[in-house]
Design a protein around this ligand. Sequence first.
Ligand SMILES: Nc1ncnc2c1ncn2[C@@H]1O[C@H](COP(=O)(O)OP(=O)(O)OP(=O)(O)O)[C@@H](O)[C@H]1O
Ligand SMILES: [Mg+2]
Length: 185
Amino acid sequence: MRADTTLDRRLENVGPMVENVFSITRLHDLDKVVRLKNFCPEGVQVDCDPKLFFRILYNIVLNADQAIQTNGRDINSGEGRISVSSKRLTHGCEVNIRDNGPGISEEKVDKLFSSELRSSKAGGSGLGLAIAHDLVNLHGGTIELLYTGNTGSCFKIYIPDQENPKNNGDENADDFATSNKQIVA
Ligand SMILES: Nc1ncnc2c1ncn2[C@@H]1O[C@H](COP(=O)(O)OP(=O)(O)OP(=O)(O)O)[C@@H](O)[C@H]1O
Ligand SMILES: [Mg+2]
């Protein structure tokens, strides 16, 4: 199926968006194995399309939650932990998502953001991080795996602010870099 989506960017507070992601994630953890920690300071904003940014965060947080629940064998109930922090930089916003799960196997790391990755999860498409990567790219940003190992994993997202919005209202403005991009999902 093909669907075209136009980016609808605005400045959004990161903390409440993380809280929304956590509320949905909790529905997948009825035994409360994982503690979800929101370390986003009040007032830190990200210049994003909120629905797409939610999807980026959710795909990453859900993976961490699933990894802890299925493979975090040394983690007892309540000891699993996912934390999200954010900070404002001069021209954008950085968000870090850390977990204390089992880490990502070496053969997966190379293909992590590619659609070639095959999921080992029942019902998984293996596309969650590829989609997150595409959505971050649409915002002109970057997504990286900062580290992974037997103490857990950490992803970093950077979303730059849109270029100077002084072009707003100028029909000839060349604003292709940050708005009106089309995605295929
Ligand atoms: N935080 C994490 N800890 C451990 N493994 C992870 C983590 N994040 C991703 N992975 C591994 O990377 C794989 C790819 O993740 P991705 O979200 O792209 O696909 P998926 O979760 O398998 O499928 P889908 O997202 O469609 O349900 C996962 O199957 C999992 O093995
Ligand atoms: Mg996934």
